[in-house]
Design a protein around this ligand. Structure first.
Ligand code: SF4
Ligand code: SF4
Ligand code: SF4
Length: 168
């Protein structure tokens, strides 16, 4: 049994298990060797905000085919995390695809870091520690994050002593 909470992204969980299967596949049969790789590519697209609603349908049909046609237990069970997360957490898949958001804040590519000007003291700690030089602002003035330069490392949030950096 695996216990998860609201901090776990169900799309990422499915992707994690599929990465394991792809790594373990012996390559003898096509459904497992190729099919799982295609599913992993789709899941990766979705976690990067590049997925479509058709991708979710493709996942379901690929998963069903792999379950039916793979030669051994590894391939036959590999789609289970994908199917069960789609069945039980379909809303999360749709949010990734349509809103480009990850409610668990696990999909790095979908995160947006912003400075709350009400809380920001202009201390500059975030800007000094940003590896992408993505934060600008004068001393004692609210700072601003350039979303085009931000690489979503989270360093600024961990360095801000005033809880002024929020992630959505
Ligand atoms: S399903 Fe089994 S036999 Fe087929 S590629 Fe995967 S591990 Fe090999
Ligand atoms: S570390 Fe926090 S308070 Fe300091 S400039 Fe950055 S956002 Fe503002
Ligand atoms: S998340 Fe990282 S890259 Fe983005 S603004 Fe903060 S420190 Fe810079």
């Amino acid at each position: 049994m695996i216990v998860m909470d609201e901090d776990d992204c169900m799309v990422s969980v499915a992707k994690f298990y599929l990465e394991f299967t792809v790594g373990e596949s012996c390559g003898k049969c096509t459904p497992c060797r190729i099919g799982n790789k295609r599913m992993l590519e789709i899941l990766t697209r979705i976690t990067e905000g590049k997925g479509t609603m058709d991708d979710i349908e493709h996942l379901k049909s690929l998963a069903a085919t792999i379950k039916d046609t793979a030669l051994c237990g590894l391939g036959q069970t590999s789609p289970n995390p994908v199917l069960s997360t789609i069945d039980n957490f379909y809303d999360e898949y749709v949010e990734h695809v349509k809103k480009h958001t990850c409610r668990a804040k696990q999909c790095k590519a979908l995160l947006t870091y912003t400075v709350n000007p009400e809380k920001c003291k202009g201390c500059g700690a975030c800007a000094r520690n940003c590896p992408a030089d993505a934060i600008m602002g004068d001393v004692r003035k609210p700072h601003v994050i350039n979303p085009f330069k931000c690489i979503r490392c989270g360093m600024c949030q961990s360095r801000c002593r005033f809880d002024a950096i929020h992630v959505f």
